[in-house]
Design a protein around this ligand. Structure first.
Ligand SMILES: [Zn+2]
Ligand SMILES: [Zn+2]
Length: 232
């Protein structure tokens, strides 16, 4: 609790503990930016962050997907995301991280015109535990920055998945199968529309792929993905 109060009333840098800001300038500058875009499946370069044709054969979906990730999930970026997820109900550091990521994203001429921003949903049980969905915090900022419509009730997470960090790519896909559904009341909002899925971290891409697949099945025209960080 002390730590929560400290962050609320007298912010120390959550990384280096210097006084005055929730993340100081020095630590903000230490975030390692990803300076190119790549395929979600093989993690190799692609100019527009698309899945390579040949990589589509390795996954259970035949869908078009384009990814932008701002930071490598290492060092202080990892610390910042982990803290916002597991330590306490604190999302100010996440907001700062996102603000910087959005500025950085301008270097890539991403064209999101007409896209609707959707945070990747978390399971209701996780929402209770954590108090908020960290993807929502980021997605709201993305929608404001790029002046896009925002929706957070179209997708629903049915299955509670435990942390998948120890699982292989195949296991991750299997565990996530059927994890997302479309909220029936809003089916008409999907058809013919383009979506920008937002999450904090992209690891194997299974979460993005599974949720994008559900959107495509419901008639989405195009789905793109935006993650703060990427784990390679
Ligand atoms: Zn610092
Ligand atoms: Zn590839």
């Amino acid at each position: 609790m002390d730590e929560v109060l400290n962050i609320l009333f007298c912010p120390d840098c959550i990384i280096c503990k210097s006084k005055g800001s929730i993340i100081c300038e020095k630590c903000l500058c230490s975030f390692k930016e990803i300076n190119e875009r790549f395929c979600l499946i093989c993690n190799k370069f692609d100019n527009e962050g698309r899945i390579h044709q040949k990589c589509l054969t390795k996954i259970p979906y035949k869908i078009y997907l384009e990814l932008f990730s701002a930071y490598y999930y290492v060092d202080n970026v990892r610390k910042c995301i982990k803290l916002s997820k597991y330590k306490a109900r604190i999302f100010a550091p996440l907001k700062k991280l996102t603000k910087k990521a959005l500025k950085y994203s301008l270097n890539f001429n991403l064209n999101y015109s007409g896209y609707i921003v959707l945070p990747v949903p978390i399971h209701s049980q996780k929402l209770k535990e954590r108090g908020y969905n960290q993807a929502e915090i980021i997605a709201r900022q993305v929608s404001t920055f790029y002046k896009l419509k925002y929706e957070d009730n179209l997708l629903h997470r049915e299955i509670y998945t435990k942390s998948q960090y120890k699982n292989t790519r195949k296991e991750r896909y299997r565990n996530l199968k059927g994890a997302f559904t479309i909220n029936k009341r809003y089916c008409n909002k999907i058809k013919g529309n383009k979506f920008l899925l937002v999450d904090d971290l992209c690891t194997s891409g299974a979460t993005f792929l599974e949720s994008a697949n559900v959107l495509y099945k419901a008639g989405a025209l195009d789905v793109r993905c935006f993650s703060l960080a990427k784990k390679f």
